[in-house]
Design a protein. Structure first.
Length: 387
């Protein structure tokens, strides 16, 4: 019989391979109308394989604290909702902010702790599959690959997902030193996915991360080039996609949402309002109203979680952000891409709801798992301990 560690390693590898198939389920679901149920494939994998991973959890204090945090914050949301809780939206919040983050974080940790190459291979393979399927769908169904607003989305539900895949690939290819005859076409293709999708947050997310990389490397010539490129993109943005959208498009609506969140959070005395007050599931729409403002969604994952969970989300998040920036500055070249991906994901999460949605959540939380294996405490005698 396999020992506990061998069974755990087998479970993690199996789970990783099963998750690599998930882009195919979305690809097929967009082609055949009667295969929409395939979208639930990843939920089933996470539910079936999360328990054995938790039962065989290695003694890493950082990882244990993350597990406790994800579980406790879902219970906290249940407590502050008190009476008349909407079970459907509460369960969806548990799915979004506990099930997926916890599962992906554990996978990222176990893939990286013994042999980081496994982790990098997983990230590269997942993004590679997403990229190939995205481009393949564009060639097969060119007309259906654009939304009604003429923004590229390929087989994804929204335009942002297509742009996010392009943005993540652009960052990885930009950082890694590979053959230019392969690197340049991939950078061009990745950038094309971003611009054709017309995603402002992805464009500036990539620019911000690339700027940080060159500042870290103290490459002032490239930094100047990026600044000039940014100015050109701002000037030419309405012409970079078929949608002809301006940078200020829909900005007032987002500001109204954020104002609603701020006023509600102050009213709740920073403890949050719970995770069941608004949302949209199929034809079931629940609207949240406060001070003559209303919304069914929150176009920012970070503001949404802050409104829902209050200081118990935003304080740990700020600490995590500062830690990520610190590790980014002092990380070796190979690991820079991991911290770059996390920073990019946070930027996307600031102005869209995609940080908690597939496929970005899978990449984001597996990278958090990677980081959890890197954090150490050094005592006065110089011995180090995993935290």
């Amino acid at each position: 019989m396999l020992c506990i560690n061998e069974r755990l390693n087998f479970t993690i590898i199996l789970m990783a391979y099963l998750l690599l198939i998930t882009p195919f389920t979305y690809f097929l679901g967009s082609i055949f109308d009667d295969t929409q149920f395939l979208y639930n494939y990843k939920d089933i994998i996470c539910l079936l394989l999360l328990i054995p991973i938790l039962l065989n959890l290695k003694c890493n204090i950082t990882l244990i604290l993350l597990v406790i945090y994800f579980i406790c914050i879902s219970l906290y949301a249940l407590i502050i909702s008190r009476t008349n809780i909407d079970i459907l939206f509460y369960l969806l919040s548990v799915r979004e902010f506990t099930l997926f983050p916890l599962t992906y974080t554990l996978i990222g940790y176990y893939l990286s702790i013994d042999n980081p190459k496994k982790f990098y291979k997983f990230i590269y393979a997942f993004l590679g599959i997403c990229f190939v399927l995205t481009v393949l769908y564009i060639f097969i169904y060119p007309d259906d690959s654009f939304s009604r607003a003429l923004r590229l989305r390929s087989f994804w539900d929204r335009e942002h997902e297509c742009a996010i895949i392009g943005g993540l690939l652009f960052i990885i290819f930009y950082i890694n030193k590979i053959n230019l005859f392969f690197k340049l076409p991939m950078l061009f293709t990745s950038a094309s996915l971003i611009f054709l999708s017309g995603s402002r947050c992805v464009i500036f997310g990539v620019i911000f991360v690339v700027t940080l990389i060159e500042l870290k490397n103290k490459n002032w010539l490239r930094f100047l080039f990026i600044v000039l490129s940014c100015a050109g993109i701002i000037a030419l943005f309405p012409y970079t996609s078929r949608a002809n959208r301006t940078l200020a498009y829909n900005l007032n609506f987002r500001i109204e949402q954020y104002t609603l969140a701020k006023e509600s959070l102050i009213q709740s005395k920073l403890i949050g309002i719970g995770a069941d007050k608004y949302g949209k599931v199929g034809n079931y729409i629940k609207e949240y109203k406060f001070n003559n403002k209303a919304t069914t969604t929150m176009d920012s994952s970070i503001i949404k979680y802050t409104l829902n969970y209050g200081i118990f989300y935003i304080v740990p998040f700020i600490c995590f952000l500062l830690l990520t920036l610190f590790m980014f500055v002092f990380s070796p070249v190979k690991e820079t891409q991991i911290y770059s991906i996390i920073i990019f994901s946070i930027i996307i999460g600031l102005v869209t709801s995609k940080m908690g949605a597939y496929p970005l959540n899978l990449i984001f939380y597996t990278c958090i798992g990677f980081i959890s294996g890197k954090i150490k405490i050094i005592n006065s005698q110089g011995a180090s301990y995993n935290v």
